[in-house]
Design a binder for this molecule. Structure first.
Ligand SMILES: [Cu+2]
Length: 112
């Protein structure tokens, strides 16, 4: 009987640690648009991670996300100066992000 207690404790601890490892804490990365450029050209995310797009320019931007499928796209719409938009990536695959107005603003996103 006394021997069973440590075994049970070890099993419980192992089980709880498994839960902690299995739950991925979602990451949020902020990407800035400034000087008609984007602050990073690529990002590697896990499913459920989020990108926040800020607009530090004095012009309107329009983030448009293409992928992961050929026909998939999400237009985040017109974004005024100072505004921030957010998108959560729930599906694995490759995405292209660009501004509908300014071709210089583009980035690649990989979700695993
Ligand atoms: Cu733009």
């Amino acid at each position: 009987m006394p021997i069973l207690m440590p075994i049970r404790l070890a099993a419980t601890t192992g089980f709880l640690m498994g839960i902690i490892v299995a739950v991925h804490a979602a990451t949020t990365i902020t990407v800035d648009q400034r000087g008609l450029a984007i602050s990073q050209k690529s990002a590697s995310l896990a499913k459920g991670d989020r990108l926040i797009f800020t607009n530090s320019d004095d012009v309107i931007h329009n983030i448009h996300i293409f992928g992961p499928g050929d026909d998939d796209s999400i237009d985040l719409g017109l974004q005024k100066p100072g505004a921030a938009l957010s998108h959560k990536f729930d599906r694995a695959g490759s995405y292209r992000v660009r501004c509908n107005i300014h071709p210089s603003i583009k980035m690649a996103v990989t979700v695993k």
